[in-house]
Design a protein around this ligand. Sequence first.
Ligand SMILES: [Fe+2]
Length: 280
Amino acid sequence: MMQFVHITDPHLDLQPLYGVDLRGRLERLVEHIARHEKNAAFVVVTGDLVNTASPQAYRAAAEILGRLPMPVFALAGNHDDPQLMYGAFPEVERVDLAPGRAAPCAPHVVHAPLFDAVLLQTRKKGAASGLVRQEDLDRLRGVCSAFPGRSAQGDPRALLVFMHHPPFLSGIEAMDAAGLENPRSLRTALEEARAAGRTAAGIFCGHLHRTMTGLWEGVAVWCLRAAAHAVAPDAIGRQMAGLHEAPEYARIVMQPQADGSWNILSQTMRFTEDEEAFPL
Ligand SMILES: [Fe+2]
């Protein structure tokens, strides 16, 4: 069994955003994860680390996330500026996952005994919409050819995909207008991966600021609610509206199966209210 934590869209800002102290919220999230997610092998943040990109904002994000006792991996969303982000979250071609505290970074590939993860940079310069880049698809192909679907001991090895923009249409028109422009390119790459014996076990993303889960092209997709504000689901036309809903993160639990597949569960967790447990 393996566990990790998925965070998305913290939109850290040095000033309150829509009346919310998002710096304080990220600090509270980190405290909560450190206390309650001791079995997590790593934490991944799927974009929009900051609301307005600046070196100071990224330094603050890296300092807060760096308090976590497990490795932290980040990728860029449409609010991010990769070059500024890499100043605080160094760009790394590949990380071999090792337990313990490490400075947050922005790897393209994470390699571990039980999985390979590919972090796609779907941010498109100057746009809110996203694009799967050819160089990231080449990385995906490279991972599938370099690393087998089973370990030397015969254990299945999962293929995970992390990205900011979901590959599906959400039905929220304003968000779909800022969606992924070339999902077919990803579909083709995942079909090739499947033919090479590496079936994607799941795609984890953000951007929508709403939790949506399901199947896309036969692959399980988890789009997680933002750690910052929510987007209203009933936006009319292209006019987007925000909502102050309780933010969440997700605890992902993966269990390998004898046939080489994985059972994957995503449990969304709240962290902004103290909830008192009682015996049942
Ligand atoms: Fe966002």
